[in-house]
Design a protein around this ligand. Structure first.
Ligand code: ZN
Length: 140
């Protein structure tokens, strides 16, 4: 997506349709919260809070399903920080993350700020799809 703010009436339904997602009212509303031209990392709880702020009626199950559909369709990247704790990232370019444990927040690290060397020999017939580094940080 480019950096220009998308038009929720036209760009959002087009974006969803392009990724094979039927643009229902709730999906359009959630996409409007996420794809506003500013990259963000959100949890299910964050999206519920954002929706509530905009008076969008939804449920935990509906947000959870929608975010996972968007991720499966390639509109979001899923970032697992620990068992049962996932974030959804609107920045689809190759990059890494700091995870600030005390704030439960991700920050981007540009891909070229980390040099990855010494990877093991790959199993036969496999290639690397991506290497994602998450550096976990604690407050001092
Ligand atoms: Zn990110």
């Amino acid at each position: 997506m480019n950096t220009k703010t998308p038009n929720i009436e036209t760009d959002i339904p087009r974006l969803l349709a392009k990724h094979g997602i039927r643009p229902t009212k709730i999906r359009r509303a959630i996409a409007g919260l996420l794809f506003d031209g500013v990259d963000k990392h959100v949890s299910v709880d964050d999206v519920i809070d954002l929706a509530r702020d905009q008076n969008i009626k939804t449920s935990v199950a509906s947000v959870y399903n929608t975010l996972n559909q968007f991720a499966s369709a390639g509109l979001l990247h899923r970032v697992m920080v620990e068992q049962g704790r996932a974030f959804f990232d609107t920045n689809l370019s190759e990059h890494h993350h700091f995870y600030l444990e005390d704030e439960e927040r991700l920050e981007d690290i540009p891909a070229d700020n980390i040099n990855i060397t010494g990877l093991p020999e790959l199993p036969k017939g496999r290639r690397i799809k991506s290497v994602n580094v998450t550096i976990r940080l604690k407050d001092n």
